[in-house]
Design a protein around this ligand. Structure first.
Ligand SMILES: Nc1ncnc2c1ncn2[C@@H]1O[C@H](COP(=O)(O)OP(=O)(O)OP(=O)(O)O)[C@@H](O)[C@H]1O
Ligand SMILES: [Mg+2]
Length: 220
Protein backbone atom coordinates (compact mmCIF):
# COMPACT_ATOMS: atom_id res chain seq x y z
CA UNK A 1 0.00 0.00 0.00
CA UNK A 2 1.24 3.51 -0.83
CA UNK A 3 1.84 6.16 1.84
CA UNK A 4 -1.36 7.96 0.75
CA UNK A 5 -3.22 4.66 0.94
CA UNK A 6 -1.92 4.04 4.46
CA UNK A 7 -3.01 7.51 5.54
CA UNK A 8 -6.46 6.96 4.07
CA UNK A 9 -6.71 3.54 5.73
CA UNK A 10 -5.84 5.14 9.11
CA UNK A 11 -8.50 7.84 8.79
CA UNK A 12 -11.02 5.28 7.56
CA UNK A 13 -10.35 2.99 10.51
CA UNK A 14 -10.82 5.84 12.97
CA UNK A 15 -14.01 6.85 11.14
CA UNK A 16 -15.23 3.29 11.27
CA UNK A 17 -14.79 3.37 15.05
CA UNK A 18 -16.77 6.64 15.12
CA UNK A 19 -19.75 5.16 13.28
CA UNK A 20 -19.59 1.69 14.84
CA UNK A 21 -19.75 3.25 18.30
CA UNK A 22 -23.12 4.69 17.32
CA UNK A 23 -24.31 1.41 15.74
CA UNK A 24 -23.31 -0.66 18.79
CA UNK A 25 -24.83 1.81 21.25
CA UNK A 26 -28.18 1.53 19.44
CA UNK A 27 -27.94 -2.28 19.33
CA UNK A 28 -27.06 -2.37 23.04
CA UNK A 29 -30.10 -0.27 24.03
CA UNK A 30 -32.46 -2.11 21.67
CA UNK A 31 -31.22 -5.49 22.97
CA UNK A 32 -31.89 -4.36 26.54
CA UNK A 33 -35.39 -3.11 25.64
CA UNK A 34 -36.08 -6.40 23.84
CA UNK A 35 -35.72 -8.21 27.20
CA UNK A 36 -38.35 -6.01 28.88
CA UNK A 37 -41.99 -7.14 29.23
CA UNK A 38 -43.28 -4.18 27.21
CA UNK A 39 -40.99 -4.94 24.25
CA UNK A 40 -42.23 -4.31 20.72
CA UNK A 41 -41.10 -5.70 17.34
CA UNK A 42 -39.40 -2.33 16.81
CA UNK A 43 -36.47 -3.28 19.06
CA UNK A 44 -35.63 -6.40 17.04
CA UNK A 45 -35.96 -4.45 13.79
CA UNK A 46 -33.55 -1.88 15.21
CA UNK A 47 -31.00 -4.55 16.06
CA UNK A 48 -31.20 -6.05 12.56
CA UNK A 49 -31.05 -2.67 10.84
CA UNK A 50 -28.07 -1.50 12.84
CA UNK A 51 -26.24 -4.80 12.37
CA UNK A 52 -26.73 -4.27 8.60
CA UNK A 53 -25.35 -0.75 8.92
CA UNK A 54 -22.31 -2.00 10.84
CA UNK A 55 -21.63 -4.67 8.21
CA UNK A 56 -21.95 -2.18 5.33
CA UNK A 57 -19.51 0.17 7.06
CA UNK A 58 -16.99 -2.63 7.57
CA UNK A 59 -17.39 -3.73 3.92
CA UNK A 60 -16.70 -0.15 2.82
CA UNK A 61 -13.41 -0.06 4.73
CA UNK A 62 -12.36 -3.55 3.57
CA UNK A 63 -13.28 -2.50 0.01
CA UNK A 64 -10.80 0.37 0.24
CA UNK A 65 -8.03 -2.06 1.23
CA UNK A 66 -8.99 -4.38 -1.67
CA UNK A 67 -9.26 -1.42 -4.07
CA UNK A 68 -12.95 -2.11 -4.71
CA UNK A 69 -15.97 0.14 -4.62
CA UNK A 70 -19.09 -1.02 -2.76
CA UNK A 71 -21.63 -3.00 -4.75
CA UNK A 72 -24.58 -0.76 -5.56
CA UNK A 73 -28.24 -1.67 -5.88
CA UNK A 74 -31.46 0.32 -6.43
CA UNK A 75 -33.27 1.38 -3.25
CA UNK A 76 -35.75 3.91 -1.88
CA UNK A 77 -33.94 6.76 -0.09
CA UNK A 78 -37.05 7.55 1.98
CA UNK A 79 -36.71 4.19 3.68
CA UNK A 80 -33.05 4.95 4.59
CA UNK A 81 -34.10 8.37 5.85
CA UNK A 82 -36.90 6.92 7.98
CA UNK A 83 -34.50 4.32 9.40
CA UNK A 84 -32.14 7.10 10.50
CA UNK A 85 -35.04 9.24 11.81
CA UNK A 86 -36.17 6.28 13.91
CA UNK A 87 -32.94 6.59 15.95
CA UNK A 88 -33.92 10.18 16.81
CA UNK A 89 -37.57 9.50 17.69
CA UNK A 90 -38.60 11.89 20.46
CA UNK A 91 -35.45 14.01 19.98
CA UNK A 92 -36.02 15.51 16.53
CA UNK A 93 -39.17 16.23 14.53
CA UNK A 94 -39.18 15.50 10.82
CA UNK A 95 -40.82 17.00 7.78
CA UNK A 96 -40.29 14.44 5.02
CA UNK A 97 -41.56 14.18 1.44
CA UNK A 98 -44.30 11.58 0.86
CA UNK A 99 -42.12 9.82 -1.72
CA UNK A 100 -38.61 10.12 -3.17
CA UNK A 101 -37.49 8.52 -6.49
CA UNK A 102 -35.29 5.43 -6.32
CA UNK A 103 -31.50 5.82 -6.29
CA UNK A 104 -28.50 3.57 -6.88
CA UNK A 105 -26.17 2.93 -3.94
CA UNK A 106 -25.91 1.06 -0.64
CA UNK A 107 -28.98 1.72 1.52
CA UNK A 108 -27.34 1.20 4.98
CA UNK A 109 -24.52 3.58 4.00
CA UNK A 110 -27.05 6.29 3.15
CA UNK A 111 -28.72 5.65 6.53
CA UNK A 112 -25.30 6.10 8.17
CA UNK A 113 -24.74 9.40 6.35
CA UNK A 114 -28.16 10.59 7.52
CA UNK A 115 -27.35 9.52 11.09
CA UNK A 116 -24.18 11.65 10.99
CA UNK A 117 -26.21 14.67 9.83
CA UNK A 118 -28.95 14.08 12.41
CA UNK A 119 -26.40 13.54 15.19
CA UNK A 120 -24.75 16.86 14.34
CA UNK A 121 -28.08 18.70 14.10
CA UNK A 122 -29.23 17.28 17.43
CA UNK A 123 -25.85 18.01 19.05
CA UNK A 124 -26.05 21.63 17.85
CA UNK A 125 -29.46 22.04 19.49
CA UNK A 126 -31.79 21.69 16.49
CA UNK A 127 -35.33 20.38 17.07
CA UNK A 128 -36.69 20.10 13.55
CA UNK A 129 -35.37 18.62 10.30
CA UNK A 130 -36.87 19.41 6.93
CA UNK A 131 -36.05 17.31 3.89
CA UNK A 132 -36.90 17.95 0.26
CA UNK A 133 -35.42 16.73 -2.99
CA UNK A 134 -34.72 17.66 -6.60
CA UNK A 135 -34.29 15.06 -9.33
CA UNK A 136 -32.87 15.42 -12.82
CA UNK A 137 -34.98 13.67 -15.46
CA UNK A 138 -34.20 10.20 -16.73
CA UNK A 139 -35.04 10.93 -20.40
CA UNK A 140 -31.88 12.73 -21.52
CA UNK A 141 -28.84 10.82 -22.79
CA UNK A 142 -27.35 9.18 -19.65
CA UNK A 143 -23.84 9.33 -21.20
CA UNK A 144 -24.08 13.14 -21.24
CA UNK A 145 -25.97 13.84 -18.01
CA UNK A 146 -26.31 10.82 -15.77
CA UNK A 147 -29.60 11.20 -13.88
CA UNK A 148 -29.20 12.09 -10.23
CA UNK A 149 -31.20 12.90 -7.15
CA UNK A 150 -30.29 15.57 -4.61
CA UNK A 151 -31.67 15.48 -1.09
CA UNK A 152 -31.66 18.72 0.90
CA UNK A 153 -31.61 18.50 4.71
CA UNK A 154 -32.15 21.68 6.70
CA UNK A 155 -32.29 22.04 10.48
CA UNK A 156 -33.49 24.82 12.77
CA UNK A 157 -30.37 24.92 14.98
CA UNK A 158 -27.84 27.75 15.30
CA UNK A 159 -26.25 27.06 11.89
CA UNK A 160 -22.66 26.14 10.95
CA UNK A 161 -20.10 28.24 12.85
CA UNK A 162 -18.59 30.66 10.26
CA UNK A 163 -15.04 29.43 10.92
CA UNK A 164 -16.14 25.87 10.00
CA UNK A 165 -17.66 26.48 6.57
CA UNK A 166 -14.39 26.12 4.63
CA UNK A 167 -13.06 23.06 6.48
CA UNK A 168 -16.19 21.26 7.70
CA UNK A 169 -15.47 18.06 5.70
CA UNK A 170 -11.83 17.80 6.84
CA UNK A 171 -11.11 14.74 8.97
CA UNK A 172 -10.10 16.72 12.05
CA UNK A 173 -12.47 19.69 11.77
CA UNK A 174 -14.63 19.93 14.88
CA UNK A 175 -16.06 22.81 16.89
CA UNK A 176 -17.65 20.49 19.45
CA UNK A 177 -16.12 19.62 22.82
CA UNK A 178 -15.19 15.94 22.59
CA UNK A 179 -15.87 15.86 18.82
CA UNK A 180 -13.52 13.97 16.50
CA UNK A 181 -14.44 15.78 13.29
CA UNK A 182 -14.68 12.40 11.56
CA UNK A 183 -18.46 12.25 11.12
CA UNK A 184 -18.83 14.41 8.02
CA UNK A 185 -15.52 13.26 6.51
CA UNK A 186 -16.66 9.61 6.61
CA UNK A 187 -20.21 10.38 5.44
CA UNK A 188 -18.77 12.20 2.41
CA UNK A 189 -16.30 9.36 1.71
CA UNK A 190 -19.12 6.77 1.82
CA UNK A 191 -21.31 8.81 -0.54
CA UNK A 192 -18.45 9.40 -2.99
CA UNK A 193 -17.68 5.68 -3.03
CA UNK A 194 -21.32 5.15 -4.10
CA UNK A 195 -20.85 7.64 -6.96
CA UNK A 196 -22.57 10.42 -5.02
CA UNK A 197 -21.61 13.55 -3.10
CA UNK A 198 -22.14 15.43 0.17
CA UNK A 199 -21.88 19.22 0.38
CA UNK A 200 -23.15 22.16 2.37
CA UNK A 201 -26.63 23.09 1.18
CA UNK A 202 -27.84 26.41 -0.12
CA UNK A 203 -28.26 29.14 2.48
CA UNK A 204 -31.14 31.55 2.30
CA UNK A 205 -31.40 34.95 3.95
CA UNK A 206 -34.51 34.22 5.97
CA UNK A 207 -33.80 30.63 7.01
CA UNK A 208 -31.48 30.11 9.97
CA UNK A 209 -29.94 26.71 10.76
CA UNK A 210 -27.59 24.40 8.89
CA UNK A 211 -28.27 22.81 5.53
CA UNK A 212 -26.61 19.92 3.71
CA UNK A 213 -27.16 18.26 0.36
CA UNK A 214 -26.63 14.66 -0.66
CA UNK A 215 -26.50 13.63 -4.32
CA UNK A 216 -26.81 10.06 -5.58
CA UNK A 217 -27.18 8.52 -9.03
CA UNK A 218 -30.77 7.75 -10.02
CA UNK A 219 -31.82 4.43 -11.44
CA UNK A 220 -32.87 4.64 -15.09
N1 LIG B 1 -26.20 20.77 11.83
C1 LIG B 1 -25.16 21.44 12.30
N2 LIG B 1 -25.32 22.61 12.99
C2 LIG B 1 -24.27 23.30 13.45
N3 LIG B 1 -22.96 22.91 13.27
C3 LIG B 1 -22.74 21.77 12.61
C4 LIG B 1 -23.81 20.98 12.08
N4 LIG B 1 -23.27 19.90 11.45
C5 LIG B 1 -21.94 20.01 11.59
N5 LIG B 1 -21.62 21.11 12.28
C6 LIG B 1 -20.24 21.56 12.60
O1 LIG B 1 -19.35 20.74 11.87
C7 LIG B 1 -18.37 20.16 12.75
C8 LIG B 1 -17.89 18.85 12.17
O2 LIG B 1 -18.87 17.83 12.25
P1 LIG B 1 -18.41 16.30 12.28
O3 LIG B 1 -19.63 15.43 12.39
O4 LIG B 1 -17.51 16.04 11.14
O5 LIG B 1 -17.55 16.20 13.60
P2 LIG B 1 -18.03 16.45 15.11
O6 LIG B 1 -19.52 16.37 15.17
O7 LIG B 1 -17.38 17.69 15.59
O8 LIG B 1 -17.37 15.23 15.86
P3 LIG B 1 -18.08 13.82 16.18
O9 LIG B 1 -18.86 13.48 14.95
O10 LIG B 1 -16.97 12.92 16.49
O11 LIG B 1 -18.95 14.08 17.36
C9 LIG B 1 -19.07 20.12 14.10
O12 LIG B 1 -18.12 20.16 15.17
C10 LIG B 1 -19.92 21.40 14.06
O13 LIG B 1 -19.13 22.53 14.42
MG1 LIG C 1 -20.52 14.66 14.23
Amino acid sequence: MTEAGRLLAGTLTASLAHDLRNVLAVIRTAAFLATQPERTPRELEKITRNADRGLALIELVLGMVRGERPERAPFEPLRALRDAAEEYRGMLEFELPAMIPEVLGVAPLLTSAFVVLLDNAHGAGARRIRVHYAATDTFSDPAETPPSLTLFLADDGPGIPPEMTECIFDADASARAGGTGLGLWFARYALEQMGGALALGPTSENRAGASFQITLPRTI
